[in-house]
Design a binder for this molecule. Structure first.
Ligand code: ADP
Ligand code: MG
Length: 269
């Protein structure tokens, strides 16, 4: 479902939050799958040295000869770093632990903050005719996350529905602002999505209220419920949409994808 009014090339979305365990990887995998289900052509870039997105989509460690690290440094051909997934219109660039040394190894590289930006805009990328690129960021505001924010058109922020959820957000917003002022003036907030939401829990509702009061329209209508099928899916090397298509988790990510598509059409119109 490509949008004829959008400027040429895929929309690049960084899935970021410097807190670990808030649902970045889960959201990156399942939103990508839900967009692919809507006939979008989607590339998921695993930018976390832990490689959870790669594992969760069944890319075995021995099949990660070429990784995001090679994408950043240009040491491998694009067709070697981009791998197919079980979904026809979804691809992944897997990561391994070698990414964890990127901060240090790239220190002397003048273009170190623009490596992902440039890699995702290389002409060979056109062959995939992508609609979206989702970047699964590591749990920190390091060089890798900055690369994602400089490469991206927008940042999508998963917010876990728990105490202190909003606290880390100001630091994240500050980083977004810095990136805007220095390297990527067009960077937008795609939206904030509440994850692991438990409707029976007062705290979840409080976090939602606070988020909507403070952040208004930036918060997606869709909330991702805490759902055991969501947490089980990666061990079957599937998105929750494939693993249990009618589960609450699959429904929620489908709804998030539709909301995101609707937002983007509106902006483009
Ligand atoms: P991050 O990438 O931000 O570190 P993850 O996506 O890996 O976070 O999620 C952290 C943990 O929470 C994982 O074990 C994941 O399976 C679980 N999880 C994430 N979202 C949900 C959900 N909606 N329901 C149940 N478990 C979830
Ligand atoms: Mg993760």
């Amino acid at each position: 479902m490509s949008d004829p009014t959008r400027p040429k090339g895929p929309k690049i979305i960084a899935v970021a939050n410097q807190k670990g365990g808030v649902g970045k990887t889960t959201t990156a995998i399942n939103l990508a799958a839900a967009l692919a289900e809507q006939k979008c052509r989607v590339l998921l870039v695993d930018l976390d040295p832990q490689g959870n997105a790669s594992t969760g989509l069944g890319i075995d460690a021995e099949d990660r000869e070429h990784t995001t690290y090679d994408l950043l440094t240009g040491e491998a051909e694009l067709e070697d770093v981009v791998q197919a997934t079980e979904m026809e219109t979804m691809w992944i660039v897997p990561a391994t632990v070698d990414l964890s040394s990127a901060d240090i190894e790239l220190m002397t590289n003048e273009k170190r903050s623009f490596l992902l930006h440039d890699a995702l805009r290389q002409p060979a990328m056109d062959g995939y005719e992508l609609d979206y690129i989702l970047v699964d960021c590591p749990p920190s505001l390091n060089l890798l996350t900055v690369n994602a924010m400089i490469a991206a058109h927008s940042v999508l922020i998963p917010l876990q529905s728990e105490f202190f959820a909003l606290e880390g957000l100001s630091q994240l917003m500050l980083t977004v602002r810095e990136v805007r002022q220095t390297a990527n003036s067009g960077l937008r907030i795609e939206g904030i999505v509440l994850t692991m939401f438990d409707a029976r829990n007062n705290l979840s509702q409080q976090v939602e209220q606070d988020a909507r009061d403070n952040l208004g329209e930036l918060v997606f209508e869709t909330k991702i419920p805490r759902n055991v099928r969501v947490s089980e899916a990666p061990s079957y090397a599937q998105s929750v949409l494939e693993y249990d298509p009618t589960s609450k988790g699959a429904e929620a990510y489908r709804s998030l994808a539709k909301e995101l598509l609707a937002k983007n059409y509106k902006v483009a119109a």
